[in-house]
Design a protein around this ligand. Structure first.
Ligand code: SF4
Length: 115
């Protein structure tokens, strides 16, 4: 399990329904790790939650799952999104990445570069 001590949890506050400030702040899902890897590369990623969340095409969403969820330490036994085949909410990092793919602000190629 990866830790994210002292990391910026803005995206978790804005996008993650599972995040509990002060309780599980030190556990980092793969979505969070990828977003912060992209930020470290110098790309600007808006972390505010917009009025309208963009939804990427199904094929792009599957590509995101293959790239991000497959490497996540929550994937096998502790992710409601995976356990319910997408019926439950994803983590905040995945939700932000999906929105950015849907809005055209990010590409799967840029995610590949961040892995
Ligand atoms: S949706 Fe689940 S498996 Fe995918 S990155 Fe988030 S916590 Fe991990």
């Amino acid at each position: 399990m990866q830790k994210r001590a002292h990391a910026d949890t803005t995206l978790c506050l804005n996008y993650c329904s599972y995040f509990k400030p002060g309780k599980n702040e030190d556990l980092a899902c793969q979505g969070f790790i990828v977003v912060h890897s992209i930020l470290r590369s110098g790309k600007r990623i808006p972390q505010e939650r917009p009025d309208r969340i963009a939804i990427p095409p199904r094929r792009t969403l599957e590509g995101l799952k293959q790239r991000v969820c497959a490497l996540c330490s929550f994937h096998d036994s502790d992710c409601d999104y995976i356990a319910t085949s997408g019926a439950s909410a994803s983590c905040g990092g995945f939700a932000l990445l999906a929105h950015l793919l849907g809005s055209g602000e990010l590409t799967l190629g840029e995610i590949d570069e961040a892995l």
